[in-house]
Design a protein around this ligand. Structure first.
Ligand code: ATP
Ligand code: MG
Length: 437
């Protein structure tokens, strides 16, 4: 048995059970692709894919629990001991149409044929249950040398599926590798074929660059290759805001809004076009909404800060805190918290003269205190209900009720009124009297 160093032993033994059962039934079966590459590189392995000579119908017969994930491509997900493995029949891809994934696949009997259709030498390795490496294209050597090299002729590979060019840049960026000269030249020669690739496939690779350890390297390679120049993604001009973009790797990759917001701001994209742009890029709605919210919060807050730059600390407290509370209520606790953590990270790596950050650590600490002190963020958290307010006021209902509830929310959020029924009803009385006076 091969000792995998980068995976949980339970996952390995469940997968070995899959390999063994396939082999006992007379088929060939191997670990393949990313998991073998990551193990060879000493990187954490995430999914362990299996390739086999068994046809999908056979795989389904051999295992009790299967999901027919992509039968037409030969993929069955096998569930075993609470683990899931994609088991794909050895295949050859033919009939690539329009420079994207093949229209048809042909099942074959030899693992070598299957490895031949893969994109890069480091991704075209297989390993058997005993840990013997099958490495027909010298992927291990390329990993050692830190290079990305196509399997076979780079021009052919990129012509078949143009996404591979973005994948080359993704792997270069995430692993700190360099494409071989012939691979890079083929990228330049074939870059116009990107137009055929669905934006979601590009976005998935782009996200791996963005959330990886060195996004700037990927952005620079994308920019130099001009791969995305004609695609629906905007030109990545790294020069626009290099200071800001350089800080990308400092931010955590999760939640996505942190890096995504810095990216679009760093690229100098107009705020109004950001929601549409992220939608066009097919970023998940949740990420796009969070990002836009974070950027708007940042801009509105920065405006407030700049307008009050020269005031004393007490004046800042007095004049700025109400704005912070209003903004936090408008954009939500999550956005305010993310803004603070984004600013903390940016400040940690900055010198005092950084023009991008018109705030220092001491000031940020004050904002953090304001943020943690806000006890409520929604009208529903108030200890008084709309009908009780109505009764107390002795007035007929109307739109005024909604605005009064909002005012109550603000007063509690700002710490002016405690969140108890008695205090809130007193406040209602005071406000009603005030408006009637
Ligand atoms: P990751 O670690 O991000 O999952 P990966 O190499 O496993 O990287 P996947 O997209 O999961 O990438 O693909 C699994 C394997 O399938 C790859 O290692 C490669 O062998 C093959 N592969 C994936 N996409 C392509 C492609 N567009 N062209 C050729 N082979 C591909
Ligand atoms: Mg993978």
């Amino acid at each position: 048995m091969k000792q995998w160093s980068q995976v949980d032993a339970r996952v390995v033994s469940a997968g070995e059970e899959v390999l063994r059962r396939l082999e006992d039934a007379g088929h060939k079966a191997y670990w393949v692709g990313g998991c073998v590459r990551d193990e060879v590189m000493g990187r954490p392995v995430h999914d362990m894919d299996i390739a086999t000579s068994a046809r999908p119908e056979m795989v389904i017969q051999l295992f009790e629990r299967c999901i027919p994930t992509g039968l037409q491509h030969g993929t069955v997900t096998v569930l075993i001991n609470k683990q899931a493995f994609e088991v794909t029949t050895f295949r050859k891809e033919t009939e690539y149409e329009d420079h994207r994934r093949p229209a048809a696949v042909e099942f074959v009997d030899a693992v070598l044929e299957d490895l031949k259709r893969r994109d890069f030498t480091m991704n075209a390795m297989a390993m058997d249950i005993d840990g013997n490496l099958i490495d027909p294209f010298c992927g291990r050597e390329d990993i050692k040398a830190g290079v990305i090299r196509c399997v076979g002729e780079a021009d052919e590979r990129f012509e078949e599926d143009a996404l591979r060019m973005v994948r080359a840049i993704r792997f270069a960026s995430v692993f700190g590798f360099t494409p071989t000269l012939s691979t890079w030249r083929a990228v330049i020669r074939n870059r116009d074929k990107m137009d055929y690739i669905a934006i979601e496939r590009i976005r998935a690779e782009f996200e791996k660059i963005l959330y990886g350890p060195d996004p700037l390297r990927g952005l620079e390679l994308l920019s130099r290759s001009q791969l995305l120049e004609n695609s629906k993604l905007p030109t990545v001009q790294v020069q626009t805001q290099p200071d800001m973009l350089r800080k990308l790797p400092l931010l955590p990759a999760v939640p996505a809004d942190l890096r995504l917001s810095l990216l679009v701001q760093g690229l100098g994209i107009e705020t109004e076009s950001i929601p549409g742009l992220l939608k066009k890029w097919t970023f998940p709605n949740r990420d796009a909404e969070g990002t836009v919210s974070l950027i708007r919060f940042d801009q509105e807050w920065m405006e407030q800060l700049r307008a009050r730059n020269s005031r004393s600390a007490e004046e800042i407290e007095k004049s700025l805190r109400p704005h912070w509370v209003v903004l936090e209520l408008a954009y939500g606790q999550g956005t305010a918290g993310l803004w603070i953590s984004r600013m903390q990270t940016l400040l940690e790596s900055t010198n005092r003269t950084d023009h991008l950050l018109p705030i220092n650590r001491e000031q940020l600490k004050i904002l953090e205190d304001w943020h943690t002190a806000i006890p409520v963020h929604h009208v529903r958290e108030l200890k008084v209900k709309g009908n009780e307010v109505l009764e107390e006021s002795g007035r007929p209902g109307g739109p005024w009720l909604g605005s009064l509830m909002k005012q109550l929310l603000y007063s509690v959020a700002a710490g002016d009124v405690p969140n108890t029924k008695e205090d809130l009803l007193n406040e209602v009385k005071r406000m009603v009297n005030l408006s009637e006076a």
